[in-house]
Design a protein around this ligand. Sequence first.
Ligand code: DGP
Length: 116
Amino acid sequence: MATETIFSKIIRKEIPSDIVYQDELVTAFRDISPQAPTHILIIPNKLIPTVNDVSEADEPALGRMLTVAAKIAAQENIAEDGYRLIMNCNRNGGQEVYHIHMHLLGGKRLGPMLAR
Ligand code: DGP
C-alpha cells in the first residue's frame, strides 16, 4: 500500500500551494524551491510512488501530464525559447517525494542536462 506524501494534501488543497492548473486527472503547482524562473511540478491526482509503479491504466493521466506541460509552457511564455521536463526515479535518480511528478523548468538557459 503506497504511503501518501505532502503532494496528496496539495491536490486536496489541505495545505497552501500555488496551483496553476488542476483537472480530474492531474494537478500542477509551483515548486517550493524553484531551480529556474519557471519551475512547476505536474503530478497525477492518483498516488503513484515512482515511475516503476506506472501501469497501462495510468496512461490517460500520464499523457495528460504532457499536454498540460505544453499548455503551461505557453502560459508562462517559455514555449518558444524552450524548457526542460524531468522525472526523477528512486535514489539514484534523486527522487525526494514518492508521488511521481514531472518538473517543468524554464525561463533561462538551463545548460547541460547533467552537472559535469
Ligand atoms: P524530486 O527531487 O524530483 O522528488 O523533487 C521534489 C520537488 O518537490 C522538489 O523540487 C521540491 C518540491 N517540494 C517538496 N515539498 C514541497 C511542498 O510542500 N510544496 C511544493 N510546492 N513543492 C514541494
